[in-house]
Write a protein of this length. Structure first.
Length: 403
């Protein structure tokens, strides 16, 4: 995978390539980022960058090593991405490079099995091809785990020790990409000496989402690379380019995905919804059009599935967050002028009819409603109660007691 194929994260890409060019690269890196931020695609792109023949340079003009004796490439050469066309890149792109190894949670295929990642390599390649931004749930469902828990086993650790103590086949460097080290139990201590004193030109890339679940002994031996959540603009551009959405649809999906590209993809089947229009109808029914209009609106929203109802509430929350920013930065700020015209108009109207304390109260009620929807609350009763609460907050300017 090329860095160019990884969504956004320009600063991280520059940081990683600078590490290589300036010989500041640790033997063990931990890519830490929340679901959907692109930690795994970034690791795949970085592994390809390291083994790329043009990045490594030919023997005649490459005078140094990756880990500290001098520049990797010929003097004056600046490569910010792998070439994508050399033999190493073409192999790395489809996960068949013999010097790039992978480790990830797996399950026994049958009782008594002691599974290792290599036994699932065909499924792994297919999964990365169709869903590189997927999470652990997606992966386990892909391999038909059903309700079984995936693990990185002691047998897997033994296999890692064996593979990384072999000589390289084609590249100067051996690389292990371990996805979700959170699933590595105490058996992971087998890898400590290897991580601390690896064979020459060996690189560990761990990709995690939850730092607190990683063995402290492994965590302390890694250089941390934090992968931030994606920006709404990056997700929006990707949805327009890859999914063919209109700018308005892409902006709405990006707004409720909270920097999670996987979540944005999950919501694509609802991309045709005009959430802004739905919020307008709701508030008009609550404050202006009366009980008949409100009952009709609630009847319609209640027919939608839980995921769609949660998506609607998240979008309303997004509008209120933007409203708070507009309160602070002002309607003529550079940030405010970058908002979509329809959203900015709606936010300005919200700001005229409510202050910060009221908006905070509404956000709390929306969060509670989303929580109860996840737990199968009756949609009609929930939206009726929520509508009454919003009326009291907006019309009477008072907080209501918790339900």
């Amino acid at each position: 995978m090329l860095f160019a194929s990884v969504i956004g994260q320009t600063e991280i890409k520059s940081q990683l390539t600078d590490m290589v060019r300036n010989n500041r690269l640790s033997h063990a890196l931990l890519f830490l980022g929340k679901e959907g931020s692109g930690g795994l695609p970034m690791a795949l792109a970085f592994a390809q960058y390291v083994v790329c023949e043009k990045v490594q340079g030919k023997p005649s003009d490459a005078t140094t090593s990756l880990f500290g004796e001098g520049p990797v490439n010929a003097p004056g050469t600046v490569l910010t991405d792998s070439c994508g066309v050399c033999a190493a890149c073409t192999k790395a792109a489809v996960q068949v490079h013999p010097d790039i190894h992978f480790s990830y949670p797996v399950i026994p295929r049958k009782p008594g099995d002691k599974p290792i990642s290599t036994g699932y390599i065909a499924e792994w390649r297919e999964f990365l091809k169709i869903n590189p931004y997927g999470n652990i749930f997606d992966w386990l469902q892909f391999i038909n785990a059903e309700n079984r828990q995936g693990n990185i086993t002691a047998e897997e650790c033994n296999d890692i020790l064996r593979k990384l103590n072999l000589k390289t086949f084609e590249s100067k460097y051996k690389i292990l990409v371990m996805w979700m080290p959170e699933f590595l139990g105490k058996e992971g201590n087998k890898l400590l000496k290897l991580i601390e004193e690896p064979p020459p030109n060996t690189l560990f890339i761990l990709v995690a989402e939850n730092e607190s679940m990683i063995l402290p002994t492994i965590l302390s031996r890694c250089q941390l690379v934090k992968i931030p959540a994606l920006t709404n603009a990056d997700i929006c551009q990707q949805l327009i380019r890859k999914a063919g959405l209109s700018a308005d649809q892409a902006q709405q999906l990006a707004a409720i995905s909270e920097g999670n590209y996987r979540e944005a993809l999950q919501q694509l089947n609802h991309a045709g919804e005009d959430w802004l229009h739905l919020v307008r109808e709701w508030l008009n029914a609550i404050l202006k059009n009366g009980p008949v209009a409100l009952s009709k609106w609630i009847e319609e929203i209640s027919k939608q599935g839980r995921e769609k109802q949660k998506q609607f509430l998240r979008y309303f929350n997004h509008l209120l967050e933007q409203s708070v920013r507009l309160h602070i930065l002002g309607p003529d700020s550079e940030w405010a002028n970058s908002l979509p015209v329809k959203e900015k108009d709606f936010i300005l109207r919200i700001n005229k009819m409510s202050d910060l304390s009221q908006q905070e109260a509404i956000v709390e009620e929306l969060d509670k409603a989303a929580y109860y929807i996840e737990r199968n609350a009756n949609a009609k009763m929930l939206f009726h109660a929520l509508s009454i609460k919003l009326f009291h907050i907006l019309a009477e300017k008072t907080r209501v007691k918790p339900w």
